[in-house]
Design a protein around this ligand. Structure first.
Ligand code: BGC
Length: 755
């Protein structure tokens, strides 16, 4: 062994240097405010306005940096942030220019849409919410943050916490569904996963909670459409997940594209300054959505870029994504006396603070380390979590006669796997449009484990004979085109039919006017139905769809969503019983489009319908009012029974904790996981209150035959609501409390809240 002798003087210098670096980093966090102020005093007006500008990277322009003027713009102090840039080396080049070739060397911040994974693709966010497993959601985002940060991204445009009640809107896939309570918990878990507990660490990224606010309530589910609602609904349904995100420390927020009661969200002072920064005392940075400052002109709410700049900045928005509105109009707005220098400084302060908190000033290349990049992306262990997540998010809607799981030693011998999504090699069929981290151009569809690819060997291992048949997918397909698939089904004992939506048809700008299975897949199901074979329908979807015929005629239905890279493996795990399904719907599935919007936490009306057909009640002539599948619903291969619902008292005083406990028993023969849900109803408030409101949930594991007590504790806060004068308060009087495995099948109790 050779011994290297280091002179003591060098050792001493090294020790001093490493001490000062550690010390500098520690103090830098403490001294952010003074460093921001020092920097601000050195900045020219143009440099300040440049810090409020975000430009798009290679997702639009391709990887050739010379082809566009990105570098020139950075050099000219016109760029604070670059979004949607994939190429790693070019990020290093851009950061070098920002740090070494501009007067003040202010580093760039790189932003990216990390919606359901960065390089390793997980199930869509709506599916993740269906797992009701917040630890799992956090683990997913931890991995996404590891990958994104190793690839030079510092800032992710997620979580989207918009409550969605209208499945026509393609972006319901990006949220956590229809409930503000579940949405809040999912949003918090995602933020924890992204940000960890140290934003400046090289493996964490800043979250951007979006879209503030109201976007989920666009009229007719038509993308970017008008939003108009009462303040009461805004406070009660839309805002809670945003407030939870602010409290969870979301570093940034993003404006919505939409108007809210006539005012575009980007220039909505009530939302940004009064509520977000005022009432909630959140002091982060808010970025526009893609050209949403510029779109205030198209909305007809601003005259030109100067007017738009003045209105958006005065409302409290800080950074301009892509549109260049501030570049064109902010200086003019200042000269015209429409905004003050102090207002511009305040926005710049928030941007600089954000960059300091990410540690970018201490080391601008902290997230651009080649070695970390080369060793962190797509680790095999990430796939393990992707598989677990996909399986845990699947929801079993029907399982007549215990057709599933398909295990060894079954009376069935032959299985036909058919349907357009059984073995699709189409680009992104099992992923969403939001997988841009994979690179639009070099995206490799072989990374997805296709359903049949995993199912066939898994079922063969259990002793089945399995065929896989490609099936026509088009509205012009006829019975003749389905012949091969139908013949395969005829020759089999059990049929697995994979239907649904293309992954690429979900996400932004993907609203639909019909919720039926697209491209007439119903026709295939109908023809298949004539065979009267035991059939399992696997649905790949990004939103609640309508399949009334299948619900009545197909014995087993599994909602698989858009499951991501591990699609086939997760599906095989669930269908063979390796994983007992435990997903529950985070959004109501309607019987028909005509029922939309349909959601569990509705008001009662003065004439609720208790039975289909009753006249002069709130209903339809041609349909029951009940949904196809309610919020919170999902079956298991085992069964759970609820008993012994108890309240600690029947009368509580304001400020006391209501304790509700129940016993849950796994009364089936397999181990499983059950999400126990707790709802309340305020029976006599000052205004009409929803028939049920989710107040808590707990996902528990139970072995066959095992029982477990679950207790929910409700505070006065949990029983309070926003009244018509926008006061947050609890009313004395009677309340109902419900506990069960979904929003309909519940045990119920009653208590009184005394004055
Ligand atoms: C979307 C945002 C997204 C942004 C950046 C917009 O079109 O509405 O959610 O973060 O683009 O890609």
């Amino acid at each position: 062994m050779t011994k290297i002798i280091v002179p003591r003087s060098i050792l001493l210098i090294f020790l001093i240097l490493s001490f000062t670096t550690v010390f500098a980093q520690k103090t830098s966090v403490k001294n952010i405010e003074s460093r921001v102020e020092t920097l601000l005093t050195k900045m020219t007006l143009d440099e300040k306005i440049g810090q409020l500008n975000q430009v798009v990277g290679d997702i639009s322009t391709g990887t050739d940096l010379a082809k566009d003027d990105l570098i020139a713009q950075i050099r000219a102090n016109k760029v604070s942030s670059v979004l949607s840039h994939v190429n790693f080396e070019n990020k290093i080049t851009m950061q070098r220019v920002a740090v070494n070739e501009t007067r003040l060397g202010i580093p760039l911040v790189f932003g990216f849409d990390v919606i359901h994974g960065y390089k390793t693709i997980f199930p869509i966010p709506l599916a993740q919410a269906a797992s009701w497993d917040m630890g799992l959601v956090e683990r997913i985002e931890r991995i996404a943050a590891e990958e994104a940060s190793a690839d030079g991204q510092n800032w992710v445009f997620a979580p989207m916490v918009d409550v969605g009640r209208d499945p026509r809107w393609g972006r319901v896939m990006e949220g956590a569904g229809e409930d503000p309570y579940l949405g809040s918990r999912v949003g918090e878990a995602r933020i924890r996963g992204f940000q960890g507990d140290d934003l400046s660490a090289n493996n964490t990224v800043a979250a951007c909670t979006k879209h503030f606010a109201g976007y989920g309530f666009i009229e007719a589910g038509r993308e970017y459409n008008t939003v108009d609602m009462s303040d009461q609904r805004l406070r009660e349904i839309v805002l809670p997940p945003f407030q939870a995100a602010a409290n969870a420390g979301s570093a940034t927020f993003m404006n919505a594209f939409t108007t809210l009661n006539g005012v575009p969200a980007s220039m909505n002072k009530n939302l940004i300054t009064n509520i977000l920064r005022g009432e909630w005392a959140w002091n982060g940075m808010i970025v526009s959505d893609w050209n949403s400052f510029g779109e205030t002109i198209i909305h007809g709410a601003a005259e030109d870029e100067t007017d738009a700049s003045a209105k958006c900045l005065s409302a409290g928005s800080d950074m301009d994504m892509v549109g260049g509105t501030f570049q064109k109009g902010l200086k003019k707005a200042l000269e015209a006396g429409r905004v003050t220098q102090a207002q511009i400084d305040e926005a710049v302060r928030r941007v600089l603070r954000f960059k300091f908190s990410l540690g970018l000033f201490d080391d601008p290349f902290r997230y651009l380390n080649q070695k970390r990049h080369d060793t962190t992306l797509e680790k095999p262990e990430y796939r393990v979590v992707a598989r677990e997540a996909a399986a845990k998010s699947m929801v079993l809607l029907k399982n007549d006669g215990g057709l599933l799981p398909l295990t060894a030693g079954s009376r069935f011998k032959k299985i036909a796997i058919i349907g357009p999504y059984a073995d699709s090699k189409g680009n992104k069929d099992y992923l969403s449009f939001w997988t841009i981290g994979l690179g639009m151009r070099e995206y490799d569809s072989t990374k997805v484990v296709r359903p049949a690819q995993a199912l066939k060997p898994a079922l063969e291992k259990l002793g089945y004979e399995v065929t896989v048949t490609e099936t026509c997918l088009d509205s012009t397909c006829t019975e003749k085109d389905y012949a091969a698939a139908i013949n395969a089904a005829r020759a089999a004992d059990v049929v697995i039919v994979c239907v649904g939506e293309r992954g690429f048809d979900c996400g932004e700008s993907r609203s639909v006017s019909s919720l039926e299975l697209p491209r007439k897949q119903d026709q295939l199901l109908n023809i298949l139905g004539r065979l009267k074979k035991p059939t399992v329908m696997v649905l790949f979807n990004s939103r609640p769809l309508v399949f009334e015929w299948a619900s009545q005629n197909i014995p087993a239905i599994l909602v698989a969503w858009q499951p991501g890279f591990e699609t086939g493996n997760a599906l095989a795990d669930v269908l063979t019983g390796k994983v007992n399904p435990s997903g529950k719907l985070p959004m109501t599935f309607p019987r028909s489009l005509g029922q939309v919007p349909i959601y569990y936490n509705h008001l009662n009306t003065g004439r609720p319908q208790t039975q289909y057909g009753q006249i002069f009640t709130s209903g339809y002539l041609d349909s029951p009012t009940s949904p196809a599948y309610p919020f919170g619903f999902g079956l298991s291969y085992t069964a759970y029974t609820y008993s012994n619902l108890k309240l600690s008292k029947t009368q509580y005083k304001m400020g006391e904790t209501v304790e509700v406990s129940v016993t849950v028993t796994n009364s089936g023969s397999l181990p499983g996981e059950e999400t126990v849900q707790c709802y309340t109803r305020d029976l006599a408030a000052d205004i009409a209150r929803p028939v049920k409101e989710l107040k808590g949930f707990e996902k528990i594991k139970l072995n066959a035959g095992e029982s477990r007590g679950v207790t929910f504790r409700l505070s006065e806060h949990d029983l309070s609501y926003w009244n018509n004068e926008l006061k947050w308060k609890a009313d004395p009087g009677k309340f109902k409390v419900f506990v069960g495995g979904n929003s309909v099948e519940v045990m119920e109790g009653e208590f009184e809240l005394a004055r």
